[in-house]
Design a protein around this ligand. Structure first.
Ligand SMILES: Nc1ncnc2c1ncn2[C@@H]1O[C@H](COP(=O)(O)OP(=O)(O)O)[C@@H](O)[C@H]1O
Ligand SMILES: [Mg+2]
Length: 333
C-alpha cells in the first residue's frame, strides 16, 4: 500500500512546478525513520492530460485525524512521550540537515500502526543558512505559528519549528489547540495572554520587528503558562515552557528538548512497537468529512481529498490531493 500526492500543475505552462521540485529535492535529501519516505515519482495519463504523483509509503493515520476521531483516542503518557520523541528526532534530523519544515501541525504528522510517527508535507520547507537570509514570514498554519513570524520577522531559523512542536505537545496534554487564533492579531493576543507580552527583558530584539509598533496588543501581560497548566506533570510543563519561549534565541532546540527530563524520567516513553494498532484509519480529511456528514445528514458535498483505489505496479494506491481551500493556507516564496 502506498499514498499518492498529486503534483498541482494548475498554473504551470512550462513543465514541473518549482515548488514541487523543491519538495522532492528536500525529501530525497532527508532520509530518516521519522520522515515520510518518498519512494518515486510516477506519471499517469488521465482525462485532463498527464498527471504527476509523488509516491509515499502509506501511513494509517495523521495526528489531527486521531485527535478528532469519535472513537475517543486517548494515548497513555508513555505513548505521548514516544510520539513526541519521534517528532523531535525527525525535527532534529531536518534541522541538522539545514532545512526548515515551516508547517508542523497535526495533519502533517503521520502515524502508522507500528506506532511510528513521521513528518510529512515538505511543501513549505526550505533550506536555511546560519547567516539567515530574508525568508517569507507567511509560513506555518496560524495556530502553530511562532510570535516572531507573526511580528513580521524575515530572518529566522529552526526555532520556528520548535514553537510548533511546543503547541503540539500542549495539544496532546490538553486535547485541544491551545492558541486557536482567528486572525494574525488575534493569534498574537492568544500567545501573549499565556506567554506574557514581549519586553526588552524577555525578548530584546522584539521592538525591532516590523509589526511590533503597529499592534496594540496587551503590553503588560504577565506570563501565566505555568499557572494555567499546573495540572500537568512538572516535566511536561517544563518542556512546554521551554518550547513556548517568546524569544527564538532562548527557545530550546530539538536536541535539547530530547535531553529533557520529560523523556528520561518515569514514566519513560514506550517503544513504538508497544503501541497497539488503531482499528479505523484516521486522517484529518476523513475525520472532517465524517463530521460534516453527521452535521448535514449525508447531504452531497465536495472534497478535494479522495481515496481511490487505482492499480499501479500491482499495489493498492491511496490517493490524496493538495488542498488549497484551507482557510489559513500559506503562500510560499
Ligand atoms: N504517506 C501518507 N500516507 C497516508 N496518508 C497521507 C500520507 N501523506 C499524506 N497523507 C494524508 O494526506 C493529507 C495531505 O497531505 P499533505 O502531504 O499534508 O499535503 P497538503 O499539502 O495537501 O497538506 C495529510 O494530512 C494526511 O492525512
Ligand atoms: Mg499538509
Amino acid at each position: 500500500m502506498v499514498a499518492l500526492k498529486k503534483v498541482r500543475m494548475d498554473n504551470e505552462k512550462e513543465g514541473f512546478p518549482i515548488t514541487a521540485i523543491r519538495e522532492v529535492k528536500i525529501l530525497k535529501q532527508l532520509r530518516h525513520n521519522n520522515i515520510v519516505q518518498l519512494q518515486e515519482i510516477v506519471t499517469s495519463e488521465e482525462e485532463g492530460g498527464q498527471s504527476i504523483y509523488m509516491v509515499f509509503e502509506y501511513m494509517d493515520h495523521d495526528l489531527t485525524g486521531l485527535m478528532m476521531s469519535e472513537t475517543g483516542w486517548s494515548p497513555t503518557v508513555p505513548q505521548i512521550k514516544c510520539y513526541m520523541k519521534q517528532l523531535l528526532e525527525g525535527l532534529h534530523h531536518v534541522h541538522t540537515n539545514g532545512v526548515l519544515h515551516r508547517d508542523i501541525k497535526g495533519s502533517n504528522l503521520l502515524i502508522n500502526n507500528q506506532g511510528q510517527l513521521k513528518l510529512a508535507d515538505f511543501g513549505l520547507a526550505r533550506p536555511f543558512t546560519e547567516q539567515q537570509g530574508n525568508y517569507t514570514n507567511r509560513v506555518i498554519t496560524l495556530w502553530y505559528r511562532p510570535p516572531e513570524l507573526l511580528l513580521g520577522a524575515v530572518q529566522y531559523g529552526p526555532a520556528i519549528d520548535m514553537w510548533s512542536a511546543g503547541c503540539i505537545l500542549a495539544e496532546f496534554l490538553e486535547r485541544k489547540a491551545i492558541f486557536p487564533g482567528k486572525t494574525e492579531v488575534d493569534q498574537l493576543e492568544h500567545i501573549f495572554k499565556l506567554c506574557g507580552s514581549p519586553t526588552t527583558d524577555n525578548w530584546p530584539e522584539s521592538p525591532h520587528l516590523p509589526y511590533f509598533g503597529m499592534l496594540t496588543f496587551p503590553k503588560g501581560a504577565r506570563r501565566c503558562l505555568r499557572d494555567r497548566f499546573k495540572h500537568w506533570h512538572p516535566d511536561a510543563l517544563d518542556l512546554v515552557d521551554k518550547l513556548l519561549t517568546l524569544d527564538p534565541k532562548n527557545r530550546i532546540t530539538a536536541n535539547q528538548a530530547l535531553d529533557s527530563d520529560y523523556f528520561w524520567k518515569e514514566p519513560m516513553p514506550c517503544q513504538p512497537s508497544a503501541i497497539p494498532p488503531y482499528q479505523t484509519s484516521s486522517h484529518e480529511f476523513e475525520a472532517k468529512k465524517r463530521r460534516q456528514n453527521n452535521q448535514h445528514h449525508q447531504q452531497p458535498q465536495h472534497n478535494q481529498h479522495q481515496n481511490h483505489n487505482s492499480h499501479h505496479n500491482n499495489s493498492h494506491h491511496n490517493s490524496h490531493h493538495s488542498n488549497n481551500s484551507a482557510a489559513n493556507k500559506r503562500v510560499r516564496r
